[in-house]
Design a protein around this ligand. Sequence first.
Ligand SMILES: [Zn+2]
Length: 486
Amino acid sequence: MNRIYHALLLAGAFLRPASAECRILKRGLSRDILLIGGTLLTPDGVVQRDSALFIQAGKIAYVGDTCGFGTGRGGDDASVVHCAGSVVSPGFINTHEHIDFSTVGPFPDLGERVGHRHDWRLGTRNFTMREVAVNGSEVDAVAWGELRHVFSGTTSIIGGEMVPGLARNLDFPEGLEDGLDARLVIYDTFPLKDRLGILRNGDCDYGADAIDSATATQYHRYIGHVGEGVDVEAANEFICLSNGSFDTTPAVDGGGLSTDIIAPNVVLVHALGLSRGDFDVVAARGAKVVWSPRSNMYLYGTTLDVTYLLDAGITVALGTDWLPSGSATIGREAACAVSATRELYHASLAPEVLWEMATVNAARVAGYEDELGSLEVGKVADIVVFGGGEGDGDGDPYEQAIFAPQEKIELVLRGGKVLVARSEMRDLAAGSCEQVSFGHVDKIVCVKDELGSSFRELEASLRGVYPAVLPGIPPYEPSCEPGMKL
Ligand SMILES: [Zn+2]
């Protein structure tokens, strides 16, 4: 065993500071090698005290008991951090965002809950059209959104747009950042090419060039919005994508045929219009679901009975959707998931289940489960340390992680690189860092080399937009209350 580290970590475990936070026990010569002691959330469950995570060359090199951490691991130059009462977790993977809408505040609540996304997008059927204009440049807006999520413990995003650096962008080969192999992950907002507001019931006369099974099967992951609504027109979308014999009559302008794309590589975003029988098909085929409860509740007044999906064996991952109607952070998405499930279905969701939806399940949805989403040797070191409140660490560690507001986050690493840390851990970071206050907590943010400007410079240039620093509950957060029945 490496006696120095073992002794350091044991000593650290007994320091038991008044409030749970990380402290540097040893400053290493290398910034690329880091040993973190604390409570680990591993695939085998919670590993409490005297456990450690060793990071080398951007990857996880060891997970487990400090006494089993042997010599000869090349760790003599490592920095050693002990995080008493804190929880060490894989970074969250946000499986659904429209990240370019990150400078837009939430929609004002008109009290209107609609039947289908076209109702608010385009004002169909006499509903109010919700216009959204991006403030500032699109590139700045995307960077701003990635920063907000990184500050919230998210290290990977499927968001439809990307900037280099910051969060990994799993739907862009050029946005993956170090350590991941490129795969064909396709994000599709309009699988049925219904952007102009096509609503169908009883046939599949959507736009020409709608997705078909031959195309969908070519992709490692095909992630599409399907059935975003609560009416028969939303239900019809799933029928047209899951039953090849439903509509065999071509439309005059092309397309118009039903198809069957439902397979393990297919991920349904929202899927709000699906029946239990439809979800039985999804489960039988091994297809997956992205759940965005806050956006569902705010726009349609209801959301999925997710316990039915979980019991059926469907892999469900959380996604925040976008700022105008969704959650600003994964933690707030999880909070809405709990309250919506309780209010609508009188069921409880364990924090561990929600944490899985943001980590291991999300990695499966994204098709990166062999490289992301869990604390396992060989996976990339996308690590978040969630601080505690009272320092004794006796609460539920999954709860401490999944619901953590930004100010409780001690450390965010992407591929072992420090992106955010409490100011006390400044010595762990390489490169250019700046101090940023998250409420009463001071942190360092180390993004200048990736962003091309400091965080403060970007903030100043975007003055007045919805903030990226969001301690506590984000302002003007869209309601997660059940709506009126249509
Ligand atoms: Zn969406």
